[in-house]
Design a protein around this ligand. Structure first.
Ligand SMILES: Nc1ncnc2c1ncn2[C@@H]1O[C@H](COP(=O)(O)OP(=O)(O)OP(=O)(O)O)[C@@H](O)[C@H]1O
Length: 608
């Protein structure tokens, strides 16, 4: 799960878009250590550190005021009281180099800061929400990118006058599309991840989801891009000043290059010093960017995508159901618009109910509409899905009222993370690799249940123990990539029950696990469900799992419900040919998994 969880569960980060990928996973300390092991990274840090020190200590280190002009000491060679000589106005070159470092680094930081301030938030919002803001910001970005930077800077200089700071602010605006696109693409690559869904479903606010799960994905690419952008800003700034368009009253390396170039035949060394300084600092930024990329690429994690986000349905008044079941699905139909017009109905006329303290299996082959039915209840259908008919009631209140075309997120919100829980199919991809197992469990309990940090941690350990994790304290400190798939699924189950939900929806919870682990996880689920008295929907394609754990079963084929009833009755005398076919394929050993294997239908009953 994500930080939240319960209807919950999250996964790994990744990154994708950016050349670098992600972040996610690994601890920052680990990335930092790798950076320090990289000679390129160390060299860059040392060089930039020296430049930074020069900038900070310029007042102390510089022997002269950088603008003090001594017309009796023009273009002096290095030596004497002027260590690196003097320029055409008799100003001390060493002093100007030191103060120039300050202006150069600050202006680079200003350009990068402005670009980040514009590009990062707009990219996050556009990538996460899409919609009209995405269109508008994309459009603005395209316009900005189409503008020739140098011409714009020259025009600004002509309009406002020579100012390093104004130039860098404008340059920052021109650079912001780079950040916008980087962020937007990275966010789009993870916004449909299971752990983001899980966080959403668990009741976390969008702000918190973006801050905790989405931002971690863009953090590394942004840092790398910033290293590059600083180098570019310095080169552009120097180029403008070299052309004589800088502020002559401000000591900068670009102004020094310009002066040195004009006097290249009289004192060529005057051109050399600022050129070395500019080259070294730009080179150091590039090296730093590359080293950061290398260290983070090593730590990159893979992940899988899935369709997702919950649609924003119009809110209709909540009505009370006439017949009281914990969950009641009536004549549900789900459809998708087709490119050529019309709709494809993927769930049609499905009705069933779930009561407290019972497990209802939804069984059927791949593509039979099981997950679409489950996701309808959870409000996790893709944006383009339409509830084409029917109603869903939870504990007497409508999640989808008759006539509505989507799940009401407003009505789901108070249930998520409290009364509804979700256990997904792929445990590893449902844990955010950037956070420890303990954090996955504790944070949602803090946010959604309002527990204190200590209480949430203690409960997390209890939960881990309750799902059969042998060393809860150690596991709580581990990152997802440090535990097995079976343990990850147990963790997700722990997260799902953390809020004492009334209803758990488990979507093929054992499919991704080794056969030996599947039975153990089913045991854990069965034990917890019975102990806590929850209602449970178990989505599966495996009749063995149904026989093992369910009280009632709903059989689906091609989006329709073909048969439902008590598990024993259906196993003993299935009335629909499709059910018989599913059962016989299990009995032929095609789904080797549970204790039911090889057993005749009669034997199944005995086994139960
Ligand atoms: N986003 C979508 N757009 C269009 N059709 C979809 C979409 N998602 C699912 N479907 C279709 O809905 C049908 C039911 O899919 P669903 O995922 O519910 O099947 P399932 O029984 O859960 O199978 P599986 O076990 O393979 O997930 C399938 O035919 C599938 O192609």
């Amino acid at each position: 799960m994500s930080e939240a969880q319960t209807l919950t569960t999250p996964d790994p980060v990744g990154g994708a878009a950016a050349p670098v990928g992600q972040t996610g996973t690994v601890s920052r300390a680990s990335a930092w250590r790798r950076l320090l092991k990289n000679p390129m990274g160390v060299a860059a840090i040392v060089l930039l550190g020296l430049a930074g020190l020069a900038a900070i200590l310029a007042d102390v280190l510089a022997p002269f005021d950088p603008n003090f002009a001594d017309l009796t000491a023009v273009l002096l060679p290095p030596g004497g009281e002027h260590l690196l000589g003097t320029d055409s106005a008799g100003r001390d070159i060493a002093s100007r180099l030191l103060f120039g470092a300050r202006v150069t680094l600050l202006s680079a930081a200003l350009a990068a800061g402005v670009a980040i301030a514009i590009g990062l938030p707009s990219g996050l919002v556009a990538g996460y929400y899409g919609s009209w803001f995405d269109g508008l910001s994309n459009w603005s970005t395209n316009i900005l990118m189409a503008l020739p930077s140098m011409i714009v800077l020259l025009a600004v200089r002509a309009a406002i006058g020579p100012s390093t700071w104004v130039s860098m602010i404008v340059f920052g605006v021109l650079l912001s599309p780079g950040y916008f696109r980087l962020t937007r693409t990275a966010v789009q690559s993870v916004r449909d991840e299971l752990y983001v869904d899980a966080a959403r479903v668990s009741g976390l606010s969008d702000l918190r989801i973006i801050g905790r799960h989405i931002f971690t994905v863009v953090r590394a690419p942004i840092i790398i891009q910033t290293a590059m952008v600083c180098g570019i800003a310095i080169s552009i700034q120097s180029a403008l000043e070299f052309l004589g368009l800088g502020d002559p009253t401000v000591p900068t390396w670009g102004v020094m290059v310009s002066d040195g170039f004009r006097n290249i035949y009289r004192e060529p060394l005057n051109l050399l010093w600022p050129t070395i300084a500019i080259s070294v600092v730009i080179g150091a930024f590039v090296l730093l960017g590359n080293a950061l990329r290398d260290s983070l690429e090593d730590l990159e994690k893979t992940k899988e995508k899935r369709t997702k986000p919950a649609r924003r349905a119009k809110v209709a008044p909540v009505e009370v159901g006439t017949e009281h079941h914990l969950l009641k699905v009536t004549d549900l139909a789900v459809a998708y618009p087709q490119p050529g017009g019309g709709r494809k109905t993927v769930v049609d006329g499905v009705s069933f109910h779930v009561d407290r303290n019972e497990v209802v299996g939804i069984v059927g082959e791949s593509g039979s509409g099981k997950s679409q039915t489950a996701f309808s209840i959870l409000g996790l259908l893709p944006d383009n899905a339409i509830i084409a008919g029917g109603a869903i009631q939870f504990d007497g209140s409508y999640l989808v009222a008759p006539g509505e075309d989507g799940v009401s997120q407003g009505r789901l919100a108070p249930l998520r993370g409290k009364r509804l829980a979700y256990i997904p199919q792929e445990p590893m991809s449902n844990l955010d690799p950037a956070f420890t197992i303990g954090s996955h469990l504790a944070r949602p309990m803090q946010k959604v249940l309002g527990l204190s940090k200590e209480a949430a941690r203690a409960r997390a350990l209890e939960l881990l123990a309750s799902v059969g994790i042998p060393d809860p304290a150690r596991t709580a400190k581990a990152y997802p990539h440090e535990i097995s798939g079976g343990m990850a699924q147990r963790v997700l189950i722990a997260g799902a029950i953390s809020c004492d939900p009334d209803l758990i929806i488990a979507d093929e919870p054992t499919t991704a696990l080794d056969v030996t682990v599947q039975a153990e996880v089913l045991d854990v689920l069965r034990g917890l469900q019975a102990r806590l008295g929850m209602g449970m929907i178990l989505v599966t394609h495996n009749f063995g799992v149904v026989a093992d754990i369910c009280d009632r079963v709903v059989v689906m084929q091609n989006g329709r419900l073909v048969e439902q009833g008590d598990v024993r009755t259906i196993l003993r005398s299935p009335s629909h040919p499709y059910t018989r076919m599913l059962l016989s394929s299990m009995l032929e050993g095609k789904e080797p998994m549970t204790r039911l294997l090889g057993a005749a239908p009669e034997a199944l009953e005995v086994a139960r």
